[in-house]
Design a protein around this ligand. Structure first.
Ligand code: ZN
Length: 270
Protein backbone atom coordinates (compact mmCIF):
# COMPACT_ATOMS: atom_id res chain seq x y z
CA UNK A 1 0.00 0.00 0.00
CA UNK A 2 2.71 2.44 1.01
CA UNK A 3 4.71 1.63 -2.11
CA UNK A 4 1.68 2.17 -4.31
CA UNK A 5 0.87 5.42 -2.52
CA UNK A 6 4.43 6.67 -2.98
CA UNK A 7 4.34 5.68 -6.63
CA UNK A 8 1.11 7.62 -7.19
CA UNK A 9 2.58 10.65 -5.47
CA UNK A 10 5.79 10.26 -7.47
CA UNK A 11 3.80 10.40 -10.71
CA UNK A 12 2.06 13.55 -9.47
CA UNK A 13 5.42 15.00 -8.46
CA UNK A 14 6.86 14.32 -11.92
CA UNK A 15 3.86 15.95 -13.57
CA UNK A 16 4.20 19.02 -11.33
CA UNK A 17 7.95 19.19 -11.89
CA UNK A 18 7.43 19.02 -15.65
CA UNK A 19 4.78 21.75 -15.46
CA UNK A 20 7.18 24.05 -13.64
CA UNK A 21 10.02 23.31 -16.05
CA UNK A 22 12.13 21.58 -13.41
CA UNK A 23 14.30 18.56 -14.06
CA UNK A 24 12.11 15.66 -13.13
CA UNK A 25 14.42 13.48 -11.10
CA UNK A 26 12.97 11.76 -8.08
CA UNK A 27 14.81 11.86 -5.79
CA UNK A 28 17.71 14.09 -6.96
CA UNK A 29 20.57 11.60 -7.54
CA UNK A 30 23.41 13.53 -5.83
CA UNK A 31 21.73 13.78 -2.47
CA UNK A 32 19.44 10.80 -2.61
CA UNK A 33 20.10 9.51 0.91
CA UNK A 34 19.95 12.92 2.54
CA UNK A 35 16.88 13.85 0.52
CA UNK A 36 15.14 10.62 1.36
CA UNK A 37 15.75 11.04 5.05
CA UNK A 38 14.97 14.72 5.52
CA UNK A 39 12.97 16.06 2.62
CA UNK A 40 10.91 13.22 1.20
CA UNK A 41 7.91 14.01 3.37
CA UNK A 42 8.07 17.69 2.53
CA UNK A 43 8.15 16.84 -1.18
CA UNK A 44 5.25 14.43 -0.82
CA UNK A 45 3.23 17.01 1.10
CA UNK A 46 3.96 19.53 -1.62
CA UNK A 47 2.88 17.03 -4.28
CA UNK A 48 -0.41 16.38 -2.48
CA UNK A 49 -1.13 20.10 -2.01
CA UNK A 50 -0.20 20.85 -5.61
CA UNK A 51 -2.44 18.04 -6.82
CA UNK A 52 -5.45 19.96 -5.45
CA UNK A 53 -4.56 23.54 -6.40
CA UNK A 54 -8.08 24.95 -6.19
CA UNK A 55 -8.80 23.47 -2.80
CA UNK A 56 -5.98 23.77 -0.34
CA UNK A 57 -6.60 23.17 3.31
CA UNK A 58 -7.57 26.68 4.49
CA UNK A 59 -6.07 27.35 7.90
CA UNK A 60 -3.33 24.87 8.67
CA UNK A 61 -4.06 22.03 11.08
CA UNK A 62 -3.02 23.65 14.35
CA UNK A 63 -5.07 26.77 13.60
CA UNK A 64 -8.14 24.55 13.14
CA UNK A 65 -7.36 22.74 16.40
CA UNK A 66 -6.85 26.04 18.25
CA UNK A 67 -10.22 27.37 17.04
CA UNK A 68 -11.96 24.24 18.34
CA UNK A 69 -10.04 24.39 21.61
CA UNK A 70 -10.90 28.07 22.11
CA UNK A 71 -14.56 27.22 21.49
CA UNK A 72 -14.40 24.66 24.31
CA UNK A 73 -15.03 21.67 22.04
CA UNK A 74 -13.98 18.59 24.06
CA UNK A 75 -12.99 16.70 20.88
CA UNK A 76 -10.95 19.63 19.54
CA UNK A 77 -8.24 17.23 18.37
CA UNK A 78 -10.56 16.01 15.55
CA UNK A 79 -10.93 19.45 13.96
CA UNK A 80 -8.38 18.87 11.18
CA UNK A 81 -9.99 15.55 10.20
CA UNK A 82 -12.00 16.99 7.30
CA UNK A 83 -8.74 17.88 5.56
CA UNK A 84 -7.44 14.34 6.12
CA UNK A 85 -10.62 13.04 4.45
CA UNK A 86 -9.77 15.00 1.27
CA UNK A 87 -6.81 12.73 0.57
CA UNK A 88 -9.15 9.82 -0.07
CA UNK A 89 -12.48 11.44 -0.90
CA UNK A 90 -11.05 14.15 -3.22
CA UNK A 91 -13.67 16.55 -4.59
CA UNK A 92 -16.51 14.74 -2.79
CA UNK A 93 -15.05 16.28 0.36
CA UNK A 94 -13.01 19.23 -0.86
CA UNK A 95 -15.96 21.18 -2.29
CA UNK A 96 -17.36 21.36 1.26
CA UNK A 97 -14.46 23.61 2.26
CA UNK A 98 -15.03 26.80 0.25
CA UNK A 99 -17.42 28.89 -1.83
CA UNK A 100 -16.36 30.75 -4.97
CA UNK A 101 -18.36 33.95 -4.47
CA UNK A 102 -17.89 36.33 -7.42
CA UNK A 103 -17.11 39.97 -6.51
CA UNK A 104 -20.20 41.88 -5.38
CA UNK A 105 -22.01 38.81 -4.04
CA UNK A 106 -24.34 39.23 -1.08
CA UNK A 107 -24.42 35.95 0.82
CA UNK A 108 -28.00 35.41 1.92
CA UNK A 109 -29.73 32.82 4.13
CA UNK A 110 -31.54 31.58 0.99
CA UNK A 111 -28.23 30.96 -0.77
CA UNK A 112 -26.97 29.01 2.25
CA UNK A 113 -30.14 26.90 2.43
CA UNK A 114 -29.71 26.11 -1.28
CA UNK A 115 -26.24 24.69 -0.60
CA UNK A 116 -27.41 22.14 1.96
CA UNK A 117 -28.43 19.50 -0.58
CA UNK A 118 -25.02 19.82 -2.25
CA UNK A 119 -23.16 18.62 0.86
CA UNK A 120 -20.64 15.90 -0.07
CA UNK A 121 -21.18 16.50 -3.77
CA UNK A 122 -18.91 17.57 -6.57
CA UNK A 123 -19.85 21.19 -7.17
CA UNK A 124 -17.19 23.55 -8.51
CA UNK A 125 -18.77 26.58 -6.85
CA UNK A 126 -18.35 24.97 -3.43
CA UNK A 127 -20.86 24.55 -0.60
CA UNK A 128 -19.01 25.41 2.59
CA UNK A 129 -21.95 27.28 4.14
CA UNK A 130 -24.43 24.49 3.45
CA UNK A 131 -21.88 22.01 4.83
CA UNK A 132 -21.90 23.81 8.19
CA UNK A 133 -25.69 23.52 8.41
CA UNK A 134 -25.88 19.89 7.24
CA UNK A 135 -23.06 18.64 9.48
CA UNK A 136 -24.82 20.29 12.44
CA UNK A 137 -28.07 18.55 11.44
CA UNK A 138 -26.23 15.23 11.10
CA UNK A 139 -24.71 15.62 14.55
CA UNK A 140 -28.09 16.38 16.12
CA UNK A 141 -29.78 13.51 14.25
CA UNK A 142 -27.18 10.87 15.13
CA UNK A 143 -26.86 12.01 18.72
CA UNK A 144 -30.63 11.85 19.16
CA UNK A 145 -30.47 8.18 18.19
CA UNK A 146 -28.12 7.65 21.13
CA UNK A 147 -25.24 7.02 18.74
CA UNK A 148 -21.81 8.59 18.48
CA UNK A 149 -22.28 11.85 16.58
CA UNK A 150 -18.90 13.40 17.24
CA UNK A 151 -17.45 12.78 13.79
CA UNK A 152 -20.21 14.94 12.32
CA UNK A 153 -19.35 17.67 14.81
CA UNK A 154 -15.67 17.24 13.92
CA UNK A 155 -16.57 18.06 10.30
CA UNK A 156 -18.70 20.99 11.45
CA UNK A 157 -15.87 22.34 13.63
CA UNK A 158 -13.55 22.22 10.64
CA UNK A 159 -15.98 23.94 8.25
CA UNK A 160 -16.63 26.68 10.81
CA UNK A 161 -12.85 27.23 10.77
CA UNK A 162 -12.74 27.40 6.97
CA UNK A 163 -15.55 29.96 7.05
CA UNK A 164 -13.21 32.69 8.29
CA UNK A 165 -10.28 32.03 5.97
CA UNK A 166 -10.98 35.01 3.68
CA UNK A 167 -9.66 33.29 0.55
CA UNK A 168 -12.13 30.42 0.98
CA UNK A 169 -14.94 32.89 0.36
CA UNK A 170 -13.75 34.45 -2.91
CA UNK A 171 -13.05 33.13 -6.40
CA UNK A 172 -9.74 31.43 -7.16
CA UNK A 173 -8.18 34.50 -8.81
CA UNK A 174 -4.43 35.06 -9.33
CA UNK A 175 -4.04 36.64 -5.88
CA UNK A 176 -5.76 33.68 -4.26
CA UNK A 177 -3.58 31.17 -6.11
CA UNK A 178 -0.40 33.04 -5.27
CA UNK A 179 -0.98 33.77 -1.58
CA UNK A 180 -3.35 31.04 -0.44
CA UNK A 181 -0.83 28.84 1.34
CA UNK A 182 0.96 31.78 2.98
CA UNK A 183 -2.30 33.04 4.46
CA UNK A 184 -3.32 29.49 5.46
CA UNK A 185 -0.28 29.32 7.72
CA UNK A 186 -0.08 32.95 8.84
CA UNK A 187 -0.75 32.31 12.55
CA UNK A 188 -0.28 28.53 12.67
CA UNK A 189 3.12 28.47 14.34
CA UNK A 190 2.57 28.17 18.10
CA UNK A 191 -1.16 28.94 18.03
CA UNK A 192 -2.08 25.72 19.79
CA UNK A 193 -0.18 26.90 22.88
CA UNK A 194 -1.71 30.35 22.55
CA UNK A 195 -5.31 29.42 21.81
CA UNK A 196 -6.47 31.54 24.76
CA UNK A 197 -5.48 34.62 22.76
CA UNK A 198 -8.39 33.88 20.44
CA UNK A 199 -11.13 36.29 21.50
CA UNK A 200 -14.60 34.83 21.94
CA UNK A 201 -17.74 36.95 21.83
CA UNK A 202 -21.28 35.95 22.59
CA UNK A 203 -23.47 34.46 19.85
CA UNK A 204 -26.86 33.01 20.73
CA UNK A 205 -28.38 30.40 18.41
CA UNK A 206 -31.94 29.37 19.24
CA UNK A 207 -32.90 27.80 15.92
CA UNK A 208 -31.44 26.66 12.62
CA UNK A 209 -32.59 29.97 11.12
CA UNK A 210 -30.38 31.78 13.67
CA UNK A 211 -27.46 29.54 12.69
CA UNK A 212 -27.96 30.28 8.99
CA UNK A 213 -28.08 34.02 9.73
CA UNK A 214 -24.82 33.87 11.71
CA UNK A 215 -23.08 31.89 8.95
CA UNK A 216 -24.23 34.52 6.42
CA UNK A 217 -22.97 37.36 8.62
CA UNK A 218 -19.50 35.86 9.08
CA UNK A 219 -19.29 34.68 5.44
CA UNK A 220 -20.03 38.21 4.19
CA UNK A 221 -17.37 39.83 6.34
CA UNK A 222 -14.81 37.13 5.43
CA UNK A 223 -15.57 37.52 1.71
CA UNK A 224 -15.29 41.31 1.98
CA UNK A 225 -11.91 40.96 3.67
CA UNK A 226 -10.79 38.46 1.00
CA UNK A 227 -11.59 40.91 -1.81
CA UNK A 228 -9.92 43.75 0.11
CA UNK A 229 -6.70 41.72 0.38
CA UNK A 230 -6.94 40.84 -3.28
CA UNK A 231 -7.56 44.47 -4.41
CA UNK A 232 -4.72 45.85 -2.28
CA UNK A 233 -2.50 42.83 -3.00
CA UNK A 234 -1.56 42.48 0.62
CA UNK A 235 -1.39 39.59 3.07
CA UNK A 236 -3.68 39.16 6.04
CA UNK A 237 -2.12 40.70 9.18
CA UNK A 238 -1.77 38.58 12.31
CA UNK A 239 -4.30 40.81 14.10
CA UNK A 240 -6.82 40.29 11.29
CA UNK A 241 -6.19 36.53 11.31
CA UNK A 242 -6.80 36.36 15.08
CA UNK A 243 -9.97 38.37 14.64
CA UNK A 244 -11.12 36.00 11.90
CA UNK A 245 -10.51 32.83 13.92
CA UNK A 246 -12.27 34.59 16.83
CA UNK A 247 -15.43 34.64 14.69
CA UNK A 248 -14.99 30.92 14.03
CA UNK A 249 -14.43 30.01 17.67
CA UNK A 250 -17.39 32.15 18.81
CA UNK A 251 -19.68 30.56 16.23
CA UNK A 252 -18.51 27.04 17.05
CA UNK A 253 -19.13 27.66 20.76
CA UNK A 254 -22.68 28.79 19.93
CA UNK A 255 -23.24 25.75 17.66
CA UNK A 256 -22.07 23.39 20.40
CA UNK A 257 -24.50 24.97 22.85
CA UNK A 258 -27.37 24.90 20.33
CA UNK A 259 -26.68 21.35 19.12
CA UNK A 260 -26.23 20.15 22.69
CA UNK A 261 -29.69 21.41 23.59
CA UNK A 262 -31.23 19.96 20.40
CA UNK A 263 -29.63 16.60 21.07
CA UNK A 264 -31.60 16.25 24.25
CA UNK A 265 -34.96 17.27 22.80
CA UNK A 266 -35.10 16.15 19.15
CA UNK A 267 -37.57 13.37 18.51
CA UNK A 268 -36.20 10.45 16.62
CA UNK A 269 -37.68 9.04 13.44
CA UNK A 270 -36.11 5.70 12.55
ZN1 ZN B 1 -10.79 22.82 5.06
Amino acid sequence: MTGLMNETLMIKFLAIAAKHGRTAEYPPPLAAGFFKKYFLHAYLAFAVMAAFPGFSSAWFDETHLAIAKAAGYPKWYNAAGADIAKIKAGDVESHNHRVNNPPGTLITPEMIMGQIKKYNQINRKGQLYGAIIQSTRDYIRVKAKGKYGEYHMAYCAHYVGDLTMPLHNIVMNDFNKKHHLTIDGIIDNGILNNYKKIQIYSIRIRSEADLVKEVARIANLSMKLGYELSAKERLLTRAEAYQQVGHSASLLKAILEYAGRQGTTTEETP
